[in-house]
Design a protein around this ligand. Structure first.
Ligand code: ATP
Ligand code: MG
Length: 405
């Protein structure tokens, strides 16, 4: 901010003077210009309003006594249309009445003519400071409201995750029963005495569908449980080469079928990392599976492990289809998937983020449509062993998710 040294006025201030007396107006404009402060001018209330329509102003210095629309009328219009603009009224000598009425109508202050330039500048400065303060307050309130909204959303998601995991756990038992019974029925169907029963093919098809459905439901419950279970967290020093090798092996076949090249680099400066290898493996598998699904034939997937201060970064980069901007903040939500129905659970990244956060880290994504995507996971080099026990109060969570008091 550059200031006029004598008045302390910000030289970037947007100022307008409205007065029908041309000589007076011109004098003010020239004297301000000499000090490097620019000011727009209008000879009537109507002109003032049309200038404001084009250019927003911080402070308007407004003569009250003008032919046509008088200053008080102009002031009312200005405050109604541009409430943030501050107005200083110039009243005739001994017209205190006008000034007081003006303040009631929203003017910042009034000065009686003839005016002293320094006095006017002082008032403009105060009016501008008020405007800046109010703008800051408004921004702060906006920021606070946004943060609160985000916190509510995050809490909801966390509760939803815990709740979903509770439900997933309960569903596992009936799922096992369905799976076992379907297997048993299949066995019976394959027995000799059943060889000629009517519509045997239909039964077999229905059983096949049941088994597929159970598999899918199990995948969902498995993911959800993995995201929330904390009690089985076992930390150890992780052999990164081994971990990457194992993980790459798991997706090697799928990547090979699509002719995707997978490479990895571990910066030797990474040294040792102490965390839960099973959870870290699940994170990498989820990211790599997504990368393989998003990448077309001939594409490349690179995994890099690098040191970042006291943390370690795991970077999974692909040359795939990329993620549209509007989806970037949805991909970590539970059940968000762009895969065809029945193919993606939409839980992979939700679970991945829950795990990363539980391990004390963070996950970020960067993507360019049509060019590729980079997921960056940062984990602390040493995971604290004394993790909190899993929260199991599902009734409480239910209440929070559905806002029941
Ligand atoms: N590397 C990536 N490139 C492009 N899009 C991605 C990538 N990773 C994730 N996405 C997008 O994010 C969505 C959510 O991913 P997430 O792993 O949570 O679920 P999913 O992959 O659809 O289902 P599942 O993990 O059960 O297979 C995906 O459907 C996809 O649209
Ligand atoms: Mg996935």
């Amino acid at each position: 901010m550059v200031e006029d040294l004598r008045s302390g006025l910000d030289k970037n201030i947007r100022l307008l003077i409205v007065d029908d007396e041309e000589t007076f107006r011109r004098t003010i404009v020239k004297r301000l210009q000499k000090r490097g402060i620019s000011i727009e001018e209008a000879g009537s209330g109507e002109e003032c309003l049309s200038i404001l329509e084009e250019k927003p102003m911080d402070v308007v210095v407004l003569d009250v006594k003008m032919p046509g629309m008088n200053g008080i009328e102009v002031l009312r219009h200005v405050k109604e249309r541009y409430p943030k603009t501050e107005v200083i009224l110039l009243t005739g000598h001994a017209s205190t009445q006008d000034g007081v009425g003006g303040i009631k109508a929203g003017a910042f202050d009034y000065l009686s003519k003839p005016i002293e330039l320094e006095h006017l500048l002082g008032k403009i400065k105060q009016a501008h400071e008020k405007r800046v303060r109010e703008e800051e307050k408004r921004r702060e309130a906006e920021f606070r409201a946004k943060m609160e909204q985000q916190m509510i959303a995050t809490e909801r998601l966390a509760s939803l995750g815990t709740l979903a995991a509770g439900v997933a756990h309960e569903i596992n038992n009936p799922l096992a029963i369905i799976k076992e019974s379907a297997g048993w029925m299949k066995l019976i169907l394959n027995k000799e005495e059943m060889a000629d029963i009517p519509r045997k093919g239909d039964f077999e098809m229905a059983l096949g569908k049941i088994e597929k459905g159970v598999e899918r439901a199990k995948r969902i419950t498995h993911q959800l449980l993995g995201s929330v279970k904390q009690t089985d967290s076992v930390c150890s020093e992780v052999n990164l080469e081994e971990l990457l090798g194992e993980t790459a092996d798991l997706i090697h076949k799928e990547a090979g079928n699509k002719n995707i090249e997978i490479s990895h680099q571990i910066d030797p400066a990474v040294g040792s990392i102490w965390t839960d290898p099973y959870k870290l493996r699940q994170v990498l598998i989820n990211l790599l599976t997504n990368a393989v699904h998003a990448t077309g034939s001939g594409g490349r997937i690179t995994i890099m492990i690098e040191p970042v201060d006291e943390r370690v970064a795991f970077i999974v980069r692909d040359t795939g289809q990329g993620i549209p901007k509007e989806n970037l903040n949805k991909i970590f939500e539970p059940f968000f998937s762009t895969k065809p129905p029945g193919e993606g659970t939409g839980l992979g990244l939700f679970v991945t983020r829950s795990i990363v956060e539980k391990l004390g880290g963070k996950i970020e994504v960067e993507s360019q449509l049509g060019k590729g995507t980079i997921f960056r996971v940062q984990l602390p080099r040493y995971q604290k062993i004394d993790e909190k026990p899993a929260q199991n109060d599902h009734v409480d969570n239910l209440k929070r998710v559905f806002e029941i008091n």
